[in-house]
Design a protein. Sequence first.
Length: 56
Amino acid sequence: MRMRKKSDLPQKICQHCGRPFAWRKKWQKVWDEVLYCSDRCRSERKGAKAAPSASI
């Protein structure tokens, strides 16, 4: 088995933070659906949409 360099793997840009992230084996079957680099970005993005705007 040949090891790959991280720079050889496909990359995407996170929809929340804008940072690039590389393909991971756990995303092998759903790579086209992955939008966020981490659980934190995914949850913050959902929270931003769901939170009502507070007006004083």
